[in-house]
Design a protein around this ligand. Structure first.
Ligand code: KIV
Length: 245
């Protein structure tokens, strides 16, 4: 699973064979330049999801319900989900949290919409945590996380994302539940992995968490290409005779 927020990138990822595209609310950070995921709205998420869905031929598209669109009550959660499904054509939604949002999850599932859970570091709760460091290192939080994972499976979630927790705990969760567990900073003993595409490609080059493996250095590739273009335009090398009508 990888994140995608726009048509062009989603087209490349889908053609490359990715199974799941996540229209993550990390769009708030990497697309809109916010410090947290909190400001992104339901309308923004629908806009990103529409662009991704148009590009996809085979991948399963999951869309994050943004902060404030589901925590209030289950009616609002369902209303937000229905907007995403109707207006974007996506295939499923993802919500952050466990027991606290059980009613919303159950209501969304009862409307026939597949739900992916998200436990561990849940960035929409950043002001409760106060930091983006590894979650569930203490026994009480680890126990609640395992209980929440079991609950999400019992409710009918089709999968769970585990973000930034100890690898041993993620392994335990993956053996406790039978639905696929997708990790980000949760080690290799889970069923799948997810990363933010801009991190994978080295576009967000200042962000260097330990769990991230970069597969390209696009920051420098793009900087080089743009500098070259500026040079060529200024020197009137571009456009040449073959590049004009
Ligand atoms: O919004 C997002 O990109 C996510 C992933 C980090 C799992 O939720």
């Amino acid at each position: 699973m990888l994140t995608a927020y726009d048509y062009s990138m989603a087209h490349i990822l889908d053609s490359a064979g990715i199974d799941v595209l996540l229209v993550g609310d990390s769009a708030s950070n990497v697309m809109a330049g916010n410090n947290t995921t909190l400001p992104i709205t339901l309308d923004h998420m629908i806009y990103h999801a529409q662009s991704v869905v148009k590009a996809v031929k085979r991948a399963f598209v999951v869309v994050d319900l943004p902060f404030g669109s589901y925590q209030g009550n289950s009616t609002e959660a369902l209303r937000s989900t229905i907007r995403i499904m109707k207006e974007s054509g996506a295939h499923a939604v993802k919500l952050e949290g466990g027991a606290e949002i059980q009613e919303s999850i159950t209501r969304i599932l009862s409307a026939g919409v597949p739900v992916m859970g998200h436990l561990g570091l849940t960035p929409q709760s950043i002001y409760k945590f106060g930091t983006y460091t590894v979650r569930a290192k203490q026994e009480a939080e680890a126990t609640k996380l395992i209980d929440d994972a079991r609950l999400l499976e019992e409710c009918g979630c089709f999968s769970i994302v585990l973000e930034k927790i100890p690898a041993e705990l993620a392994k335990k969760v993956a053996t406790e539940v039978s639905i696929p567990v997708i990790g980000i900073g949760a080690g290799g003993d889970v069923d799948g992995q997810v990363l933010v595409m801009q991190d994978v490609l080295g576009i967000t080059h200042e962000f260097q968490p330990r769990f991230l493996r970069r597969y390209a250095d696009l920051y420098n590739v793009i900087t080089g290409a743009v500098s070259h273009y500026i040079e060529d335009v200024k020197s009137r090398d571009f456009p040449n005779k073959e590049e004009q009508y």
